[in-house]
Design a protein. Sequence first.
Length: 147
Amino acid sequence: MERHKIIPASYLVLIKDNRVLLLRRFNTGYKDGMYSFVAGHVDAGETFTRAIIREAGEEAGITLGVENLKMAHVMQRCSSADENGERIDAFFTASKWEGEITNKEPDKCDDLAWFDLDNLPENIIPYIKHAIECIQNNIFYSEFDCN
């Protein structure tokens, strides 16, 4: 019998002046045209923390220090039709960062902008909106059913 496999991913939730940083996916084959966070899969042998530090540099051109990161939410998420495998998503907030936020992957992202937390874009990925709500309400763990 094959063991159950779960795919780990890390997300960066930057909130400043009641606004959140979101990117619009483009040309990726997954949820293109929808908003998400700076994020990515955790590579083999990599921690959730190291993954989000790497992704922040690769996607947004910023440097994060471990001491400025805080685990804000953990989500277990089922597989949807356009994904293969269940997920464990780790959402980190950062109190500060170095560098200017810049879209470093224009071939995968066609917008990187700040949005008012009270007026999120309609085309936000549903589990991302759920994570924002959980973080705002200090809910550390949730399960998201995408069916």
